[in-house]
Design a protein around this ligand. Structure first.
Ligand code: UD1
Ligand code: UDP
Length: 359
């Protein structure tokens, strides 16, 4: 069985690690990675291949940044060429980025079955590019690998119920379980940044709905700067946010702004944080994996079970004061114990199912 896996953005390299390792050990499975080049800075791409031992991509399209249509369109044209050449049994995509959509559409048009990992997630906000990408991808997929029962219900409500839907757990949890101890043992990030376990807030911001709305970005940065007057705040800054904050002339005050960090340092920063304040999808879940209270600076989340279980709280960033108050109030908060995202064996299950062929 030949799988062509399309990846392009930071969270997809991390998600891809679990299946790439499982595929290497499975007889009769060949996985080829295609990197679209959506993310290209070394600290947004190469670092994850190195740290997570992900095989080098067989194809690198080098497409880079651009408006949605141009970026997705270029990917679509180039992925089609690779598919015609490789004729894989499956085209596999993760999540909801433009790389995901391009891969799914290219394959569906060539009648190559699409496997979508992290299917069935919904924010019910179609102004988000991610919501458009994930809905379209789900509807052209032959295998839908979902992390939770909530995702099954979302698919069912759109007429996507049946043997093509598989609840397998979350591949990010697979990766977290294998890397958590390594991060604790090997990362020196806390020492390098001069922070103590339990003594700081970790934040990430990159969603268009925050970075592209000046009042929201100002409220988030201003709120974190207020927090930093009382508790250190570490902010590994996504290049998108760095660019837009600079254009807006925002003052980061006492926030410790760093470049994006590698996965091991990120996991260590998450494990030892007092609070995580983010708009990232992956970081919300990782906060839960490591038992750290999370404040999600968005109007809604796809990962509703985190809010329901009490580990996460949604905060619309209306003012700096609101952000500050919510972040500081989250200290010490805990939620219900449980295992919301499977048992860390999602990748193996996905391979088992793919080996049976499309239903
Ligand atoms: C993309 C995904 C988003 C995901 C995020 C993960 C889409 C529509 N969005 O958002 O769902 O949560 O990745 O991080 O696919 N840039 C660099 N260097 C890089 C990459 C990006 O400087 O290596 C800058 C460029 O100015 C670029 C901007 O960041 O225009 C945005 O990059 P892009 O890949 O378009 O979207 P993300 O915001 O990263
Ligand atoms: N991440 C990282 N370094 C950083 C920020 C995030 O390694 O500086 C990791 C994080 O641990 C998680 C993933 O990147 O595994 C989340 O990606 P991101 O927030 O970019 O995208 P999203 O999950 O929102 O799509």
């Amino acid at each position: 069985m030949k799988i062509l896996t399309v990846i392009g953005a930071r969270p997809q390299f991390i998600k891809a690690a679990a299946l790439a390792h499982a595929a290497k050990e499975r007889a009769g499975v060949q996985e080829l990675l295609l990197h679209t080049g959506q993310h290209y800075d070394p600290n947004m791409s190469d670092v994850f291949f190195d740290e997570l031992g992900i095989p080098a991509p067989a194809y690198h399209l080098g497409i880079g940044s651009g408006p949605h249509g141009a970026q997705t369109g270029q990917m679509l044209a180039e992925i089609e060429k690779v598919l015609l050449q490789e004729k894989p049994d499956w085209l596999l995509v993760y999540g909801d980025t433009n790389s995901t959509l391009a891969g799914a559409v290219a394959a569906a048009k060539l009648h190559i079955p699409v496997a979508h990992v992290e299917a069935g997630l919904r924010s019910f906000n179609k102004r988000m590019p991610e919501e458009v990408n994930r809905i379209l991808t789900d509807h052209v997929s032959a295998a839908l690998f979902v992390p939770t029962q909530t995702a099954v219900q979302h698919l069912s409500a759109e007429g996507l119920a049946g043997p093509q839907v598989h609840v397998v757990g979350d591949v990010m949890y697979d990766v977290a379980l294998t890397m958590a101890e390594r991060a604790k043992a090997h990362s020196t990030v806390l020492e390098r940044l001069g922070v103590q376990p339990g003594g700081y807030v970790l934040s990430t911001i990159h969603r268009a709905e925050n970075t592209d709305v000046p009042e929201r970005l100002a409220a988030i940065v201003g709120g974190l700067a207020l927090v930093a007057q009382e508790l250190p705040v570490i902010l590994p800054l996504h290049p998108r946010t760095r660019k837009l904050a600079a254009e807006q002339g925002l003052d980061f005050g006492g926030i410790q702004v760093t470049n994006p960090v590698g996965y091991l340092d990120m996991v260590r920063l998450e494990q030892a944080a007092a609070v995580i304040a983010t708009d990232s999808g992956g970081v919300q879940k990782e906060a839960y994996f490591y038992g750290v209270p999370c404040v999600t600076m968005r109007d809604e989340t796809e990962w509703t079970e985190l809010v329901e279980s009490g580990w996460n709280r949604l905060v619309t960033p209306t003012s700096a004061q609101t952000v500050r108050d919510e972040v500081l109030a989250a200290r010490g908060r805990r939620g219900e114990e449980g295992q919301l995202y499977g048992d860390g064996q999602a990748a193996g299950r996905i391979l088992d199912i793919l080996m049976q062929g499309p239903t």
